[in-house]
Design a protein around this ligand. Structure first.
Ligand SMILES: [Zn+2]
Length: 349
């Protein structure tokens, strides 16, 4: 079996390989390769990774080890198209375009599917909104890739395969509570790794040298604002905003506000370590970005604003307890991951 066949077999249940020549995805392959190679310069033990597309409209991505013992990452076509459409429609609604700016998402079973029949053209979006859209899109595509690479680098995939004989899938659900706790803790680690990579690139001024980037995200406060904005908008595509329902304990990823709380804690720790002056101000920009994403998402989706305000959710008691539970799990899980990891694992606080 060649790489493509192994990929197809590994992710068959998720939709199998997508190998239609679709111009929308052409640039992604180069994007994946360039950034994985760049990661390997920082983490020389990172094994080879084959990155490809899964033929599915569900918002999901998966990572696993194939029959050839190589690592594979698969992004669902629906996920990448939905991310693009999300920021495109936000840009279109800001440019006050007349076309339908609602993103079409369909809940099917426990998952969310993207329906691209409502997709719009980029024509008519003003330059300023267009540039911000590119920043948000790039931030999320990088975040997604680094998150998946972390599942390989820090031994999550091997641990999961050896203990549950399973691949890691982002948008799946569990009945087994102990497995959910493990999965959510691995996801926290992957989010935290991606956040560290992105902030590192900002600090070293290597995120991008393109003018759209320096104009919009060149200083720490603007970067934090757009970071909070794009992450919260992206997390919310998957739905489930409140922590009251039992879905909270079945999702592989915690609900968006818990995920954002952990990211906020993570960024705060990085700033303390860097002894960054005015860290509070920068963190507040991250929160303000998240709040604005809440508002803008209502303009471009059919999601009703029945959930609590972002800032309130962020500091809710339920959220805090959930975050503490995950951080406690990390202490134990970290030791179990050590034999599989290709890089050092962060110590718990
Ligand atoms: Zn993940």
């Amino acid at each position: 079996m060649n790489r493509e066949e192994t990929f197809d077999k590994l992710f068959k249940k998720k939709g199998g390989i997508y190998n239609t020549p679709d111009p929308f995805f052409f640039s992604f392959f180069e994007f994946f390769d360039v950034h994985i190679d760049a990661m390997r310069k920082m983490y020389p033990k990172l094994p080879p990774i084959y990155c490809g597309l899964i033929n599915s409209d569900f918002l999901n991505a998966s990572a696993g080890k194939g029959d050839d013992c190589e690592y594979y990452i698969g992004f669902n076509t629906g996920l990448l198209k939905a991310v693009n459409d999300l920021f495109l429609k936000i840009a279109a609604s800001k440019s006050r375009q007349e076309f339908d700016t609602k993103i079409s998402l369909i809940r099917e079973g426990d998952g969310v599917k993207y329906d691209d029949r409502s997709s719009i053209s980029i024509f008519g979006i003003n330059q300023e909104d267009h540039n911000i859209m590119v920043c948000h899109n790039t931030l999320i595509n990088k975040f997604l890739l680094y998150h998946e690479v972390c599942h390989v680098l820090r031994g999550h995939i091997d641990f999961f395969k050896n203990n549950f004989n399973a691949i890691i899938s982002e948008g799946d659900y569990e009945k087994d509570k102990s497995k959910v706790n493990i999965q959510q803790t691995l996801e926290m680690d992957a989010d935290s790794f991606a956040v560290n990579c992105l902030i590192g690139q900002f600090r070293e001024q290597t995120f991008s040298r393109k003018p759209y980037w320096t104009e919009n995200c060149g200083d720490i406060n603007s970067f934090m604002y757009h970071f909070g904005y794009s992450l919260n908008a992206f997390f919310k595509l998957f739905g489930y905003y409140e922590s009251s329902s039992d879905i909270h304990h079945r999702l592989h990823h915690p609900i968006p506000s818990v995920r954002m709380s952990m990211i906020l804690g993570n960024v705060s720790t990085i700033f303390e370590r860097e002894k960054r002056p005015n860290a509070e101000v920068a963190l507040n920009y991250l929160i303000q970005g998240g709040i604005k994403a809440d508002e803008d998402l209502c303009e471009v989706s059919y999601m009703e604003r029945t959930y609590k305000e972002f800032a309130e959710l962020l500091s809710s008691t339920n959220n805090k307890a959930h975050v503490e539970g995950i951080m406690d799990n990390w202490k134990e899980l970290r030791l179990k991951l050590l034999p599989y990891a290709y890089a050092t694992l962060p110590l718990s606080e």
